[in-house]
Design a protein around this ligand. Structure first.
Ligand code: ADP
Ligand code: MG
Length: 264
């Protein structure tokens, strides 16, 4: 939702980044305010995941230009764990498996780290168990998820739900969901979307990276950005996603005017 007395959560200006000497991000500008949901769409290889990973502080990427302000912090000065503690959350396109670490231990450690940072009480295993089970109901997750190793042997849909569970526990200021819809059947997609919608409020913001518009039927964005060759080449409202669904992406390079009264 776009709200009147919102504040800026993320301000990206002229961001450039390379991997192995190849420039992937070629000058990205994006402002995200509290209460807003932004979708970033674009063909495979346009740089969407790179952008998400650079925001999270992935060490493989070299930032070669521009700035990222996150709340009151210069994000580029912070290592990834401090970005997370400051309230930035990235749900990965391909969540990693951590054999031998029970999901409940992992989640409690992550939760308590953030609680400490916020000057709040840590939860002991029993207290955490009650708390996490409540959140799991929201995502219709079975309790046995807690005792299984992190993501090990989870189906694609289960991994994605586990990512949203982390998001629900950590209450980030800014959540970035990278292709959270991929590999989900329609029921799982609705559950995940419902979870995201219940977490979103006027004080936080969400960036959805997606290739398909169907997720946006369930999580309605305030802004849709199109990424192409490492730049945001067009910005519109939620109608732009529908237009991309019917017309594809080719017209954007050919003629940067959307048909349906969307501002570029
Ligand atoms: P998207 O998420 O939009 O599909 P990516 O951010 O994953 O796009 O990739 C953007 C571009 O960066 C692609 O052309 C890809 O080949 C390139 N790229 C990604 N990772 C590497 C890497 N480790 N080395 C070289 N090029 C890479
Ligand atoms: Mg990607």
């Amino acid at each position: 939702m776009i709200i009147a007395n919102s504040h800026t959560i993320l301000s990206v200006q002229g961001l450039r980044a390379s991997i192995n000497g190849t420039e992937i991000l070629k000058g990205i500008d994006l402002t995200v305010k509290s209460g807003e949901i932004h979708a970033i769409m674009g063909l495979n290889g346009s740089g969407k995941s790179t952008f998400a990973k650079v925001l999270a502080g992935h060490s493989a990427y070299e930032v070669t230009g521009g700035s990222i302000q996150f709340a009151d912090k210069n994000l580029l000065e912070l290592p990834p764990e401090e970005r997370a503690r400051a309230g930035l959350f990235l749900a990965f396109q391909y969540p990693i498996e951590i054999p031998g670490v029970a999901n409940t231990q992992f989640l409690r450690l992550a939760y308590n780290t953030v609680q400490t940072q916020r000057g709040k009480e840590e939860l002991d295993p029993l207290e955490f168990d009650d708390f996490v089970r409540e959140k799991m109901k929201l995502l219709e997750m079975k309790p046995d998820f807690l005792d299984r190793s992190v993501n090990e042997g989870f189906s694609g849909g289960e991994k994605k739900r586990n990512e949203i569970l982390q998001m629900a526990l950590l209450e980030p200021k800014l959540s970035i969901l990278d292709e959270t819809d991929s590999g989900l059947d329609i029921d799982a997609l609705k559950i995940v979307a419902n979870g995201v919608n219940r977490i979103t409020n006027k004080d936080n913001a969400t960036i959805l990276v997606t290739h398909y518009q169907r997720l946006l039927d369930y999580i309605v964005p305030d802004f849709v950005h199109v990424m192409q060759a490492g730049r945001i080449v067009m910005t519109g409202g939620k109608e732009l996603a529908l237009e991309l669904e019917t017309r594809g992406y080719d017209w954007i390079t050919a003629n940067k005017q959307p048909v349906a009264g969307v501002n570029a």
